[in-house]
Structure formats: C-alpha cells, structure tokens
Design a binder for this molecule. Sequence first.
Ligand SMILES: Cc1cc2nc3c(=O)[nH]c(=O)nc-3n(C[C@H](O)[C@H](O)[C@H](O)COP(=O)(O)O)c2cc1C
Length: 553
Amino acid sequence: MQDRFYPDVIHYHDRTKHHYHRYARSAGRMDWKNQPVPFRFYEDTVREPLPFLQTDPAATHEELYRRSNRSPAPFTRQNIAGLLELSLGLSAWKSLGSSRWSLRMNPSSGNLHPTEAHLVVPATESLQSGLYHYNSLLHTLERRALVSPQLWEKIESHFGTGGFLIGLSSIFWRESWKYGERAFRYCNHDAGHALAGLSLAAGLWGWRFRCLNALSDSEIEIILGFDRTKWNRLEAEHPDLIGFVGSQHATDISRAVPERVLQAFGNMSIDGRPNRLSREPVDWKIIYDTAEATRKPHTEEQRYSYGRQPFTGQPESALAAPAVIRRRRSATAFDPDAEIDAGGFQAMLDKTLPRDGCPPFDAQVGEPFLHLLIFVHRVKGLEQGLYFLLRSPDKMQAVRDAFRSDFLWKPVSTALPLYLLQTGDLRYESTQVSCHQEIAGESAFSLGMIAEFDAAVRLAAYRYRQLFWEAGMIGHVLYLEAEAQGFRGTGIGCYFDDPVHSLIGVADHSWQSLYHFTVGRPVEDPRLTTLPAYHHLKDQRQSGKQQAQRTTL
Ligand SMILES: Cc1cc2nc3c(=O)[nH]c(=O)nc-3n(C[C@H](O)[C@H](O)[C@H](O)COP(=O)(O)O)c2cc1C
C-alpha cells in the first residue's frame, strides 16, 4: 500500500532539483549577520572534558572494512573519547587571511555541520552513567541527564552485553542558512557520513555499531530527551537514528528498546539549554513539512543479509587506519593529467559494496538501494566512458529495463559487478551535470549515486532520509579509500538532477541520482595555512577556562 506521505516526498524531491535554468530555492546570498554558530552547546550542564588519544589504535587500513579478531576494548571514558575523536572530532583548522575555520573527521556540505551526536553511556571509572551531548569543539561531553544504575542494568540486560548508545540528529537551519530548500537532502547526506565514520571507527576498538532500526523518531526523541528540551525557534535537533555500540563478537543484539526502558527515559529530567545559533533563523517551511512527512514510525526489528563475497585484491596502503581517517579532506582542485590504475579504482569501488560483518554497512540501517553510475576519465587500463556498479546483484534486470536500451552492459571484471555502459570522453558532460564544477571532470573518475527511488519510498516515506544516509555512507568510504591510495575525493551535493536522469534514459521517479562524488590527485591551495585540530584547547585545558568559551550569540 502506498505511504500516504509519498506525494509529499515526491513534491519535495522534485521541487529541490537543480535545473540548468533554475537552481532550487535558497536565500541566494550569504546573510553573514545571521550565520548560525557552527557548534551546539548545552548551557548549564556538567561538562566532562574527554582525553585525547595519546596513541592511535593499531590497525591496518584494511581493518577498517575487514574485522580483525581483536577482543573488544573496555567501554572506558578513554576509549569512548577515542571513538568520538576519530569519527566526529575536529581534524584541523584552516586559515586564509583573517578567516579561520575548523574541519572535522566527518565532511559536511558547505562545512556547515548540521549533525549532532548524543550518547547514553554506562558508569566508568570517572564518568557517571548518563545521557551526554558530544561537543566536538571542546572534545567534551555535556551531561543532559543522569541514568540510574537500575535503568542501566535494564539496558544492559536487554542487549545482553556491555556497550553504549549513540544517537545522531540534524539541525536543519545550519544547512538551510546557505542552501535553502535543498538543505534537507544535505543534512541527511551528512548524517550518513557521520554514521559511516562511527561505524568504521568503532571497529578499531573491536566494537560494532548496530543501528536500532526498529525505533521510531518519537522513541529517539524520548531517549535523547528532545521531547523535554526547550528549543529556540527553528533550531531544534531532528532525530535521525540511534545505534548500540557493543562488542563486535556479540550476536543477536536487539534492534529495539523495550517499553519499560523507554518509559524510564521519558521520566528522566533533562538538563541544559541549547545555545542560540542565529538571531533570526529563516523558516524554510518545506523542510519542516518534509521532515514531518518522513518521520519514521516504529517498525519491526530487521536483520539484513548482504552476502559475504570476498574483497577484490587491493593495493596495500602505506597508511594505518587512523592515519587514513585523520587525513581525510575534500579536494578543491585536481591535477587533470593524473591517472589512477584499474586495480586501485576497483579496490575503491569494492569497499562500497555492503557485506555481512563488514563496516560500515553492517550498521544495518536498511537494504541497499543505491548503485554507482561512474564517469571514468583517467583510469589506466580502462577505456574512458560510462560504467555502472551494481551494489545488489538481484537488481540487474530492473536496471536494464529502466535504463537506455543501447547501453552495452559489458562486464569489466569477474571480481566486481562493474559494467561498461558506453565508451567515450565524458569529462565535459560530467562537469556540466555537477553544476559545472571542474572537480567532476578533472578527476580520475566521478560518479552519481543512483537510487532505486520509487521502490524505496513509495511504501515507506521515511526511507527517503535513509536513501541519503546510504549515499553519505558510500561517499564516506570513497573519501577514505581515495586517501588510502594517495588520492583525494570530494562529495558533490550540487548537481543537476534531471540531466543525469536523461543520460541514463530515465524520465520518471523509478531511479534518481541522490549524490555525486569525484576522486583524483589533489592540487593543494598554497594560500591556506593548517593548524592542529585542538590547539585552541591547550591553554584552556591547562587553566581550566573551558566553561568560559563563547557558546552563543
Ligand atoms: C553532502 C556533501 C555535499 C558536498 N557538496 C560539495 C560540492 O558540491 N562541491 C564541493 O566543492 N564540495 C562539496 N562538499 C565538500 C564540503 O565542502 C567539505 O566536506 C567541507 O568543506 C569540509 O571540508 P573537508 O571535507 O575537507 O573536511 C560536499 C560535502 C558533503 C558532505
């Protein structure tokens, strides 16, 4: 039966398409006076500064995706801090003239970072069991509620093993300030990147992030205390998802939270006032309407099976896993002559395939709906042209039926479901469809993530958000894989939707492009100065001035 909100999803999606003759609605200028504060603070809370990693966990690049047999690390303040540092912490500061801005381990459209993280952690040697918000600027937990030992016991007995919860949420205004109506898409891409970052980094401690895929948005709001938070107008956090982080060896972890535990969360009193982000947030109404239309109801717990196909052989990276994570950046320009070799190219694509027991997709948000339409520009050993990576093999017939009938569908390798559709130099076309951005044509390859859209959202409108999460997760893997091989990637949220669909011969909503990505040899901008991620805390931590940080307008 069609979801009653399906027409709302289609309305939003079509209205926020960029066209050659018209971009999706936005303010059309940067209202600098109204620029949102890029960090969320909860005022009047107990702040728990987190330690920084003295030594990164020892793990090879491959172990990001292939779980080693390592025993799970204990759930200490130190280890939880390490996970946060390597997934959502700052990665550097950049400066140019008098401007200075921070970057994070997770990328974000326009570097606006609408994604927030909240944790429910057990008591550790120096932390009380509670609900905390992670403040990445200060690398600090802000305590929103204490969780009683009795409640924690119930949580642990429900999951049958030790661990903790991490929830993600989005502040739409952070993103709509710059991107207007299309921002809802970007917030969800960003949530997907954050989720992948958490899922991949958790493996380095022998943990696994499992999405509690039964939870409704209302249940998430109860657990994270959002229903008892007094939000400033248009600055509320919208619930995305909650994951349980536990031992990677634990089996049969529940993907739900029992009613009695929910009730206990609902009875907790919540501390902290969210900081005000802007003087006058603008009401991009369609975003809030679409968020409402795509709210997730409670659903049956799901276990997804993605198969166990072996990884293709891959070039060893000289970089260890944490080094790859720390180096991740977006390229702003590429060397237009640089090539990547076919083996490296295929190894990158291979990591985007979901596999049982392999991060990040074993977080199990849902079934895979996205595939990759690849513009190969400079891959040594491969003809220039248009290629397709089929991420779930059973979709072959559906894609072939929907796409242009003159595509070749010629298999490229026995190890990977990669097909040549047509040969030719598509550097111009790929640049054009990615909002004329040169990074799409001057790279070694760029791509569009094509979703089996109608099949996903017609029956369940909430899946609209999950499609963008999946896109963000794929993008995150590509970012890391590019770094691991000495290349660099960039997520591309600005593209012309329907011209991409015309390229593949699709004129309806059966298949839609939801995110673009590009990979090549980066050209650095020599004007930028780089500063260490947490240099700003060094003095504060020493003099205990952390509480005095300017947190609001
Ligand atoms: C969803 C998403 C969309 C993006 N779209 C573009 C884009 O269209 N063009 C571009 O140059 N960069 C794009 N970026 C890259 C961001 O600008 C970049 O992540 C941000 O500036 C932070 O820098 P970093 O990735 O180096 O940490 C995008 C990133 C994300 C996550």
